[in-house]
Structures are given as structure tokens and as C-alpha cells.
Design a protein. Sequence first.
Length: 224
Amino acid sequence: MLELRNITAGYARHAPVVRDVSLTLAPGEALGLRGPSGCGKSTLARVAALLHRPDRGTLVLDGTPVTAWRHRAPREQRTAVGVVFQQPRLAADPRLRLRDLIAEPLRATGRRSEVAQAVDRLSRRVGLGADLLARRPHEVSDGQLQRACLARALVLRPRWLVCDEMTAMLDASTTAALVGVVEEYRAETGAGLLAVGHDGVLLERWCDRTADWTGLTGTAVQPG
């Protein structure tokens, strides 16, 4: 179970972006979190992905409260969650070739022996050919780069996926392809999915259930 309990979080003192928000995601479930741009969805997604420490509240991951964040989190918790962001160019190191981008989590966790097999398997799964793997981010399209970012998110076989507006910058065919990859992975592994977005039609078709931001416990506020 992934539980966000009464989360208040922001980026400046006394200026929360979200206040007292709670949600629960069961193993194998796909939950769509729908809301307008700027409401605080991405901040909540970063808390769920252990990338942003909340000001108040608790994140419980597989029955264990999270007490440390980012690189300080225990490896077992840190690697349990894979995340794909809205803007792949801000999420990718421009110096890395796509093959190295995908392999980065394996190398960071001391699993270099798995790199060749994992990169080959995942690049084929997300639709990246060998020629694209040799390129750097500035040499590929947004869609191609997002395919690599999704492969990177899956390379450690996480139990939970957080997709924060993953398809917002993509065309319809690439959106369908990447959603298909996520669903294949979930069917194989039983991973839970938190899909954040403002496209209600996509979330309704993709997810088992959806939650409107305004319907969550607590109140979303704008920075100020």
C-alpha cells in the first residue's frame, strides 16, 4: 500500500502548495489524480516518489513510514518507486547518451552486470532503436526522450510508478504507445500506478479509478 496521510507541502516557508491532502493506492491499482495546472498535483507526486519532504503529514510505503527523502532514503524504499516527469529535457542529463540514461539507476545501485541485458530489453519495449540509444537528449525528439525516461523508470522493476503528466507533451500515437508500455509492465509485475494529469478522458480510460483534486481531503492552495 502507498498512503499519503494529511500531507502539507511547499517550497517556501509558510507558503504550502498543498495542504492536508490524503490518498491511498493499493498494490496493482491504477489511480488517476486529476486537476488543473498549478493546483499542486506535481508537488504531491514528488512527495509520493520520495523526492520532496512534506512540511507535515506522513508517507507510508508498503507498511513502513518514510522518514528520509531523496538520496537519504533507504535504498529499499528509494528503488521501490519509479517516476516519469512531464518534461523529459529537465529530467535527463544532457551529457548522457540514451543508453546511459536508461542504465543510470542500475549503475547507481551497483548492478552494472545487468546493464547490457536490461537496456536491450527495455529499449525494445519502449520503441527505441540502437541508433537512438547512441544519441544524446538534444539529438532526439521529446517523444523519443520520454521513451528513454520511461525505460529508466522501469529499469529497477519498481513496485510503484508515479507518472506526472507523462504524456502532456506527446502526440496521440506516442501517448498510446507509452501508456501501453506502462500497462504491460503493471500486468507483469502487479505494480501500482499514480497517474497525475489534467486530461480527464485519458485518466478515465487508463486508470481503475480517478480522484479529482478538489475532492481530496484537505485543501489545495496556490503559492503566495
